[in-house]
Design a protein around this ligand. Structure first.
Ligand code: DGL
Length: 273
């Protein structure tokens, strides 16, 4: 294990697949000088229906891979891996590792006026109650209402974000939550920010929508500043993409999310790490 403190070293960002690009995009926006190595575990997605043991094993392997790229910090962009694996894997490396749950929870606790917060996420994220625990640590009075919305992920990946079928699925999953007193909703899954305008329209303006990616990029900035590790080079930042399967499909999706041509993603046999 190596704590790589070179300022020009890349940031490692990983996710179960393509969804973490919403977090990578926010990092690129807020930290435009940082190089990024992105890994999407497209062979083993979805994590949202997997066991804790497997999610820890997958996260551990990806961190080993990112260590070979000499990253100076790691962002677990995946909510499910942040919920189930972060606490374990961050103890196993010298590289600072941050997840999306604490930043998302903090943004929600700051935004809520009545202390009633909704969380939409995968089955595994909601079942783990990690958001609930983290929010209650910040505000013991808070009421947290979680809802798994597993179909949102394939709908986004199939390009159905703007299709009326997605409107129906939002209605099926979230109408119970709309009857509650929530005034803040965390989009607790990488894909859900891509449904943000639909979800906002569904809840109306009285519910504040939190995308944890924004606060996560701010936390990363803080970690880099504290370690004196920000990239001060004036060269254009690069982003390399690695996946465990279906590289072409990944690149196609990446090009719909990012504002530039992501180029070809490279294949990695992640089971070797
Ligand atoms: N990236 C996952 C998350 O944010 C969603 C997709 C999956 O289930 O792997 O929870």
């Amino acid at each position: 294990m190596k704590n790589n403190s070179s300022n020009t070293a890349p940031i490692g960002v990983f996710d179960s697949g393509v969804g973490g690009l919403t977090v990578a995009r926010e990092i690129m926006r807020q930290l435009p000088h940082e190089n990024i190595v992105y890994f999407g575990d497209t062979a083993r997605v979805p994590y949202g229906s997997k066991s804790r043991d497997n999610i820890i094993r997958f996260s551990r392997q990806i961190i080993h891979f990112l260590e070979t790229k000499e990253v100076k910090a790691i962002v677990i962009a995946c909510n499910t891996a942040s919920a189930l694996a972060l606490e374990t894997v961050k103890e196993e490396t010298d590289i600072p590792v941050i997840g999306v749950i604490v930043p998302g929870a903090r943004a929600a606790v700051q935004a809520t006026r009545n202390g009633v917060i909704g969380v939409a996420g995968t089955e595994a994220t909601i079942r783990s109650e990690t958001y609930t625990k983290v929010i209650r640590k910040m505000n013991p009075q808070a009421v947290v209402i979680g809802k798994p919305c597993p179909l949102f992920v394939p709908l986004v990946e199939e390009g159905f974000a703007k299709h009326r079928i997605t409107e129906e699925v939002i209605d099926i999953y979230l109408s119970d939550m709309r009857q509650t007193k929530i005034d803040t909703l965390i989009l607790g899954c990488t894909h859900y920010p891509l449904l943000r305008s639909r979800i906002m329209a569904f809840f109306g303006e009285k519910v504040h929508i939190v995308n944890p990616a924004y606060e996560t990029a701010m936390d990363l900035k803080k970690v880099l500043c504290e370690g004196g590790n920000e990239n001060r080079s004036h060269e254009a930042a690069s982003c390399q993409f690695y996946v465990s399967d279906a590289a072409e499909k990944f690149s196609h999706f990446a090009n719909t999310i990012l504002s530039y041509d992501a180029g070809a993603a490279k294949l990695v046999n992640i089971e070797e790490y």
